[in-house]
Design a protein around this ligand. Structure first.
Ligand code: BTN
Length: 324
């Protein structure tokens, strides 16, 4: 989206309860008043209701529920995350689109969002069911410049951000099943797919794919998912605005990422553990080579799962799946 449009929304946003004159907008944006009028028409196409009053100026009366670059930007409180954004109604996968953007130099904090994915990707080469308008299908490009071994910490950070948003802005009580499934009432409501491009000692970029089932009803899931998958609506009975949840998620993600870059993984780990599913219980973990039965005693400083099997030091498990 043109940066002028962003700035226009920003100016109108600052003046939410007041009119801002066409003259002032034209001076601030360095464009003609007729160009301003054209931008207003574009915003109206997106569903904004804009009041224009002679001698007073413009005021946004209502912003729409639908997701678009404009509507997400309106009311987005982040400093840097999502300032560069692509939204499309349909994509095969926001993850693939984000990789393309990253390879073409998209900046840190770029966000790619779709209303529907025709080829949503899950972990372990699974497909991710991404029905139109029912959830959040979004990928975020980060350029943290950290060693590749630390990249899984960003996945745990993202899981903590999603859980925080669900806990604060919905009636759901989320938990996180290691490493990154967000559960509500023991069923999966959201998943995270982290992919990276790295040199030997440094991450070039990370694409964090976030899928959140928001407004699905039972019949909206394919039969094979019905038992294990859920949505926020299914568990709370309430319909949630996808746009608003995306805005909250981007803000929380930015806050946790800034904390991570400034203070390291320790505070993120504590937050993750506060949502840890079956933390302290005996669990079964499947890795590529083994199935372990152990007490899940916590998350290590480097993001590994700590599995206590006997009186010795807990074993660190870096990748695998906790069985249900
Ligand atoms: C999982 O298997 O739990 C991870 C699911 C990740 C799904 C999201 S939806 C947005 C992004 N685009 C994709 O194709 N996948 C991720």
């Amino acid at each position: 989206m043109a940066s002028t449009r962003y700035r226009l929304i920003e100016l109108l946003n600052m003046n939410e309860h007041h009119y801002i004159s066409g003259q002032k907008l034209s001076e601030e944006l360095h464009i003609s008043r007729s160009a301003i009028w054209k931008h207003m028409k574009e915003l109206e196409k997106d569903g904004y209701v804009i009041e224009g009053v002679r001698r007073k100026g413009y005021r946004i009366v209502r912003s729409p529920d639908k997701v678009s670059e404009n509507t997400i930007f309106w009311g987005l409180k982040t400093q840097w995350l999502g300032k560069n954004m692509t939204h499309k109604k349909v994509m095969d996968s926001t993850q693939s689109a984000a990789h393309q953007e990253a390879l073409h130099g998209a900046p840190n904090g770029t966000v790619v969002i779709a209303d529907e994915q025709t080829w949503g990707k899950g972990r372990m080469d699974r497909q991710w069911h991404s029905a139109s308008h029912q959830g959040i299908w979004m990928s975020v490009i980060l350029r943290p410049g950290i060693p590749p071994v630390h990249a899984p910490q960003l996945t745990l950070m993202t899981a903590a951000a999603i859980a925080d948003v669900l806990a604060s802005y919905t009636d759901a009580e989320p938990s996180i099943k290691w490493p990154n499934d967000i559960l509500i009432n023991h069923k999966k409501a959201a998943g995270i797919l982290t992919e990276m491009q790295a040199e030997e000692d440094r991450v070039q970029y990370v694409v964090i794919g976030i899928g959140v089932n928001v407004n699905h009803t039972q019949g909206d899931f394919p039969a094979e998912l019905n038992e294990k998958a859920t949505s926020i609506k299914r568990e709370t009975g309430d319909h949630y605005q996808v746009k608003g949840l995306i805005q909250h998620m981007l803000l929380r993600l930015e806050q946790l990422y800034d904390t991570f870059m400034q203070s390291g993984f320790q505070p993120i780990r504590a937050k993750w553990e506060s949502y840890g599913y079956r933390l302290g219980e005996t669990i079964r973990i499947r890795t590529a080579r083994n199935v372990w039965t152990a007490v899940f005693s916590g998350i290590a400083d480097d993001g590994a799962l700590l599995a206590q099997m006997d009186d010795n030091e807990p074993k660190k498990i870096y990748s695998g799946e906790m069985e249900w």
